[in-house]
Every structure is written in structure tokens, then in C-alpha cells.
Design a protein around this ligand. Structure first.
Ligand code: ATP
Ligand code: MG
Ligand code: MG
Length: 375
């Protein structure tokens, strides 16, 4: 029986455990928080990322290490490679931790990005605003997630406010893209180099946080093979092993790379019930060097994210093929506390089901953009 160690004990770790347990694998989670949500389903070793005595204990107890949290310090990831097998590799992790390295990689492999410039001081920012123009977004190179560590500049008059809000952290300025839509590729590559992707997912964000996903993304016949080829090139370039997400904007019908996540991803949660093998199961398979599972989509799938607090579960539980996920976290503004996945045979059935659910939950606004594209 093999044991998989997970650095980070959030809901992603929890879902990895729930996917890997039926295959006979054991898990050990490292997190400094006593109430880490994965501790509900797996043993927890409490340690912070530089507690190398505890991490040595962790490494001895596992067969392979992986991540639920993408911002584990590079030093820790490197140290671990000397004590156990680690997937994805520390270089892949380091690139996706840094927006500058990440966007540079996208360009190298031929994926366009929004115009961007590195910003290390206030003068850089002023020059970048001159070159890129406004509106623009200043993003910290590191540690940002769920739209945190970002400042939207409407005009050059916002330069000082942007610089002081981000506390002078090394950043990049990006052109604001008035995109037609946002897509993500959920991809997985195994230790043997086998590569698979799920059908493209279309995503809607609210306040910088994922709100709704729809898969397969409609009207994507032309873009899907291009997006998938980009994901494959990225994975091969950095010898990536495991599940990852590539976030894309569609502007004037063309793809622009936003960022990648070196882990299972919120926009792939629909694969738990909407695909024969979920992104979580495939991550487990990939890091253990096993054959990958089937990534086709079963019908049409919508994921609704619960941010801040959970709504009533009953309207979801009352629907056929609707699935409820409560991460067991205490409610807090801006915190991801659960999600629901609704599966249907076709778009007409999805439209009907989703409209009913939106109304019953009083979440008409959240489901509205999906209903619009389902037609
Ligand atoms: P995540 O939780 O996905 O890791 P993050 O904090 O890393 O989020 P981004 O993905 O860069 O942040 O941005 C969050 C959202 O903000 C994007 O999905 C998109 O909706 C919007 N956004 C980000 N950058 C741009 C841009 N250059 N132009 C327009 N919208 C943008
Ligand atoms: Mg991100
Ligand atoms: Mg993002």
C-alpha cells in the first residue's frame, strides 16, 4: 500500500484524498493549521514549511509528495527532492509561482499573453503605464490568489495608489483585457509522459474569485485543439507531472494566456461527477506512474462555487444528478466553503435544471451568465 504526502491541507487535498482512497492509497497531509480541512479525511502532520525535522518525518512516512498549495517555498520543494519523490518538480512549481516567469514561458512556447511589464519600483510602474496604457492591472509576481495582490488602474492617476496598495512588492503590470470569455484547460501528464486533457471549461469570476464553470465550453471546436496544444507544450517544456490548469482569455476570437496553476484546479471540480476519471483521481494516478483515466465529459456539467457561506443544500439535493460538496470550513467573506456540480444529458436539460436551482437558492445572478450561453 503506497502513501501519498500532500503539502497543504485545504479542500483540494481533501478531494485528492477522497479520490485516491478507493484505489487503495493512503495519504498524509502537512499543514500548520490545526483545523486544515483535509484533516477531516486524512492524518495531519502539523508543521510549517521550514520545519525540516517535521518534514523529514513526513518524507520517511510517504512514497511520493505532491501539493495542494502552490506557494510552498521553492527551498522546501528542493529539500524534499533529496528525501523523497516530488511531483510536480520544483522547477515547474517555481515557474508557476512567479507571474513574470510564467508569462515569459507562455510566450516562449508560442502562447500570446496580455501585454505585460516587470515592475520593481515606482519608476518602473510609471514607465510601464506609459507603454501599456490604462486600464491595466498591477499584480504581485508571487503569492496572489483569488484576485488578492492585485490593483486595477483606471488611469495614470492611480499609479501611487496602486504602488502603495501592493506595498512595493515585485509585480507585473498587465494590460486589462476586455475578453469575450474565459476558458481553462485541465490537463494531466503522468510520470511516463502520457498526456490527457478534459474538454475545455468556460469560467465566470465575481470579484476575482471563480463563481461558475461550464463544461464542455460551448462553441470551442476551433479553440480547443489550439488550447490543448499550448497546454501540452508547457507541460513538456517543464517536464510537468500531475494535473494542472491553464487559464486563458478569449479576445477577438484568439487565446491569451493568463496563468497556470501547478495543481488540481477549482475549474476542474466538475470532473468529479462529470467525467469517468476526475482531475483528482488522475493526479493521483499521474504522480504514482499509473495509466491515466478517461477524461471525456459525460454530458453537460455546471459547477457553482460557494464563496463566504453555504446556501441551503436542499434545492441541490432535491435535483437529479446534482451533487453537494461542503468543505467543512467555517464561513468567512471571500473564502471558498463548498461547491455544487449539476450534470445533465444536454444543454436544454441543463438550462431547465439550472434555472430552477438558481431560483430556489435565490442565486439567479450567479447562474444568469451560464443560462445566457446555454441559450
Ligand atoms: P486564481 O484564484 O485563479 O489563482 P489569481 O489571484 O491568481 O486567481 P488572476 O487569475 O490573475 O488572479 O485574476 C483573477 C481574475 O481577474 C481572472 O480570472 C479574470 O477574470 C480577471 N483578470 C485577471 N487579469 C486580467 C486582465 N489582464 N484583464 C482582464 N481581466 C483580468
Ligand atoms: Mg492564480
Ligand atoms: Mg486565475
Amino acid at each position: 500500500m503506497q502513501t501519498i504526502g500532500i503539502l497543504g491541507g485545504g479542500q483540494l487535498a481533501r478531494m485528492l484524498v477522497l479520490a485516491g482512497a478507493p484505489l487503495g492509497f493512503r495519504f498524509l497531509v502537512v499543514d500548520s493549521a490545526p483545523d486544515a480541512c483535509a484533516a477531516q479525511v486524512a492524518p495531519l502532520l502539523r508543521a510549517d514549511w521550514r520545519d525540516f525535522d517535521k518534514l523529514a518525518e513526513f518524507a520517511r512516512a510517504i512514497d511520493v509528495a505532491t501539493f495542494d498549495f502552490e506557494n510552498v517555498p521553492a527551498e522546501t520543494a528542493h529539500w524534499l527532492t533529496e528525501h523523497t519523490r516530488v511531483f510536480p518538480n520544483p522547477r515547474a512549481l517555481a515557474i508557476s509561482q512567479d507571474r513574470l516567469a510564467e508569462k515569459s514561458l507562455f510566450r516562449e512556447i508560442g502562447l500570446d499573453t496580455p501585454a505585460f511589464a516587470a515592475v520593481d519600483n515606482r519608476d518602473d510602474l510609471a514607465r510601464a503605464v506609459e507603454r501599456i496604457g490604462t486600464p491595466a492591472i498591477l499584480k504581485t509576481r508571487r503569492l496572489g490568489y483569488d484576485g488578492k495582490g492585485q490593483f486595477r488602474l483606471k488611469s495614470p492617476a492611480d499609479i501611487d495608489a496602486a504602488w502603495s496598495t501592493l506595498n512595493g512588492a515585485p509585480s507585473i503590470l498587465e494590460a486589462f483585457v476586455p475578453f469575450e470569455r474565459e476558458l481553462s484547460v485541465i490537463a494531466v501528464r503522468s510520470r511516463e509522459g502520457e498526456f490527457r486533457t478534459y474538454p475545455l471549461t468556460q469560467n465566470w469570476h465575481a470579484d476575482g474569485i471563480l463563481s461558475v464553470s461550464l463544461a464542455p465550453a460551448p462553441h470551442s471546436d476551433v479553440l480547443a485543439p489550439i488550447a490543448i496544444a499550448h497546454a501540452r507544450r508547457i507541460a513538456e517544456e517543464i517536464d510537468y507531472v500531475g494535473t494542472f490548469a491553464l487559464e486563458l482569455f478569449v479576445r477577438d476570437g484568439k487565446l491569451l494566456g493568463n496563468e497556470m496553476a501547478p495543481r488540481v484546479h477549482n475549474s476542474g471540480h466538475w470532473t468529479i461527477e462529470g467525467a469517468p476519471a476526475s482531475q483528482f483521481e488522475n493526479h493521483v494516478r499521474a504522480v504514482l506512474g499509473l495509466p491515466l483515466g478517461d477524461t471525456t465529459a459525460l454530458g453537460v456539467n455546471v459547477m457553482l462555487n460557494w464563496v463566504g457561506e453555504l446556501p441551503a443544500a436542499t434545492p441541490i439535493l432535491a435535483e437529479p444528478r446534482a451533487h453537494w460538496h461542503d468543505y467543512g470550513k467555517s464561513p468567512r467573506a471571500g473564502r471558498k466553503v463548498g461547491h455544487a456540480t449539476i450534470c445533465a444529458a444536454n444543454t436544454a436539460e441543463m438550462h431547465e435544471r439550472l434555472a430552477r436551482i438558481g431560483k430556489a437558492l435565490g442565486r439567479e445572478q450567479q447562474v444568469e451568465p451560464v443560462l445566457a450561453v446555454l441559450g
